[in-house]
Design a protein around this ligand. Structure first.
Ligand code: SAH
Length: 230
């Protein structure tokens, strides 16, 4: 059972996508759990203030360190739990990071908002900053959707066919080959003949060469890693 805990100012955004499909099933089968913590509940003043202006000037607001830390302390009982802050300046979140996450028992996920959070929380607590891509979202919640989604579908028992994971994009530094379903002829186009041949060795080698071709053209960075592993 992988437990995830999300610290957010917008608890209404959860379960969001996780209220449906394979995620709902994973929750019901107790393969995974989602605990949503409202950071605002830990604000002490009567207005429930969670943010303030940055020292040194600048636009926007920051989540206050005392409120965020109190929220985390109310739930995180063990220093060894893996805790991340979703942040554009974090280390890159990719498939190999996700695979390491499925070994964890508990993952705490802090969602920033406004201009982010006071840096001292990051310094004083064992938090890894993780970035979902080179763009800026307005809050950590959508980043958390991606982070959790990618990890949960890797948990054994979540996808109907666990083997399908092994042939997906980013496995062995290759993008996936093109796929086709019925009808065999559609909009003037036929499905590639080799896929109808029933010859498994030929199909396998066609798929590999397609995957190599796409990766070489679209992702030179991945292509270099793939060639290195050859
Ligand atoms: N001022 C910040 C951006 C704040 S965006 C900066 O320039 O780095 C508001 C919040 O959205 C962040 O606190 C973070 O939790 C989340 N966020 C935005 N882009 C993200 C990304 N690429 N990866 C992960 N989280 C992101």
């Amino acid at each position: 059972m992988l437990k995830t805990r999300v610290f957010t100012l917008y608890p209404d955004l959860f379960p969001g996508p996780f209220g449906t499909g394979i995620y709902k099933k994973a929750l019901q089968k107790k393969i995974w759990s989602l605990d949503v913590v409202n950071i605002r509940d830990s604000a002490k003043d009567k207005n429930k203030t969670v943010d303030d202006t940055p020292f040194g000037g600048g636009s926007g607001m920051l989540i206050k360190p005392d409120v965020l830390a109190a929220s985390m302390d109310s739930k995180i009982l063990d220093d060894h739990e893996h805790t991340i802050y979703l942040s554009p300046k974090g280390i890159k979140f990719d498939q190999s990071y996700a695979k390491k996450m499925i070994e964890k028992k508990i993952i705490n996920i802090v969602c920033g908002h406004f201009e982010g959070i006071d840096n001292r929380v990051l310094e004083n607590k064992k938090i890894e900053e993780v970035c979902i891509g080179d763009y800026v979202t307005s809050g950590g919640e959508v980043a958390a959707y991606i982070f959790i989604d990618v990890i949960v579908r890797l948990l054994p028992g979540v996808l109907g066919n666990h083997n399908s994971i092994k042939e997906e994009s980013f496995e062995n530094h290759l993008l996936e080959y093109p796929q086709y379903t019925k009808p065999q002829k559609w909009d003037g186009k036929e499905v590639p003949k080799v896929l109808l041949s029933g010859n498994h060795a030929e199909i396998k080698s066609w798929r590999l060469s397609q995957a190599e071709d796409i990766t070489r053209r679209r992702r030179p960075d991945m292509w270099r890693k793939y060639k290195k592993n050859d």
